[in-house]
Design a protein around this ligand. Sequence first.
Ligand SMILES: [Zn+2]
Length: 188
Amino acid sequence: MGAADQLKTPAQYRRGESDLVQRGGKWFLIATCDLPEPEEFEPVDWIGKEHRHATHLNHRISKEIVSVAQRNGRGLAVEELDAIRDRVRLRRDQRGTLSSWPFHRLGQHLAYKARRAGVPFLEVDATYTSQRCPRCGHTERANRPTRDRFSCRRCGLAGPVDVVAGVNVRHRARSAWVFVTAPVPIPV
Ligand SMILES: [Zn+2]
């Protein structure tokens, strides 16, 4: 076992569980540190995220999203991961690893970073977020004439699909948050 000297530094700061694992002939110490989590703030509104482009959202970008949310007092709302999984077509050779990358990890990045920053985090129902018009409510497959384009057949609202879906996610987060934070009724 090599690189034993590398264990010195993390061990000093180790607080929680730890694990020594071997990857590609090298040893790594996986340590979990218990750090205090800040209180969640009350969001003034939500940033809604559609995750059709989830594969491009890496560590750095999810960090930026959380930082923007924190600065603006917004919560973060994303589409439920199961729904995304159903909607996205994957190559045959990707199907075996569906539960790991990228959707699951992306959600974890965001959820984890949000929690550490005190940013409220919600997953909302993703049904029809790409087909529903956020202005008039009209929902139809034809509202999405191409993969990237939204154009409402009833009222004419048009824009990029991911932006429109993000607005729908935000609307759902507003309703969901009211429900989550509603006072518990006293049983009679
Ligand atoms: Zn419309």
